[in-house]
Design a protein around this ligand. Structure first.
Ligand SMILES: [Fe+2]
Ligand SMILES: [Fe+2]
Length: 245
């Protein structure tokens, strides 16, 4: 039975109760230009509610971005098929993360996007098919980094259910990375290696350089962020209305 055919909460119970075969993500580590820093991992572990809120935002955005591509490039059959599956999976993940937030008493909290996706997309070329190649390569990096961070977090967080859930996500997120890269290669006769290398450098810089915010894809926590701390998010603030993005 496919994931999408199971009720998301039943599915979540199954996947977070039973151990799954380990997913090998060595190819993800080889693809990316760097590993996540210990400083980011330590801070993320101290702010799991914030991380879950940003994770929910990311799943929804991943589905939305893929849906936009489906509408924009409707001539491309393989893209339609792969991204339709990806949209289904990202929306299932979205529902699952909402369930995990509910279980932990984390209300929906407005959290603006960090610098990461914008920092990649600002380098997108504007003419076709170069723009499409770049968007697909950027998609591959975002999925690969998600995968790398789920793997790293699963090894260190004490919340066992969440750790098992992150391990479960490795399989689909690593496939999403491969699909985006395959689609980027499929739409051009030219080699995409140079653009992949370019975005690898941009992505590594975004991950390694100091960042004043903590997000799922944020950079290394800056000294300012470490000194000032992050206000906890556990309940919805009354003066900050929930915002539907
Ligand atoms: Fe996802
Ligand atoms: Fe994904």
């Amino acid at each position: 039975m496919s994931d999408a055919m199971i009720n998301s909460e039943d599915n979540l119970m199954v996947i977070t109760t039973h151990a799954r075969a380990k997913t090998d993500i060595r190819h993800i580590h080889e693809f990316l230009g760097c590993h996540t820093s210990e400083r980011w991992l330590n801070l993320a572990c101290e702010h799991l509610p914030l991380l879950l809120q940003d994770h929910a935002n990311c799943e929804k955005k991943a589905a939305g971005t893929a849906m936009n591509l489906i509408f924009r490039y409707e001539f491309h059959r393989t893209l339609q098929e792969r991204l339709a599956q990806l949209v289904r999976e990202e929306m299932l993940h979205y529902e699952q993360v909402l369930s995990l937030m509910k279980e932990r008493g984390i209300d929906w909290h407005y959290l603006p996007a960090g610098r990461y996706a914008k920092g990649l997309l600002k380098h997108k070329r504007t003419h076709e098919p170069a723009a499409m190649v770049d968007v697909l390569i950027i998609g591959a990096f975002i999925e690969a980094r998600s995968c790398e961070r789920f793997g790293a977090l699963a090894d260190v967080i004490e919340d066992e259910k969440l750790a098992r859930y992150y391990k479960y996500l490795l399989k689909s997120e690593s496939r999403h990375y491969e699909d985006y890269l395959m689609l980027a290669r499929s739409i051009t006769d030219d080699s995409i290696d140079e653009r992949v290398a370019f975005f690898r450098d941009v992505e590594r810089e975004l991950i390694q350089s100091p960042d004043d915010e903590l997000r799922f894809h944020s950079g290394t926590p800056s000294d300012t962020l470490m000194a000032n701390g992050i206000p906890p998010i556990t309940t919805q603030s009354k003066d900050q209305p929930a915002k539907v993005s």
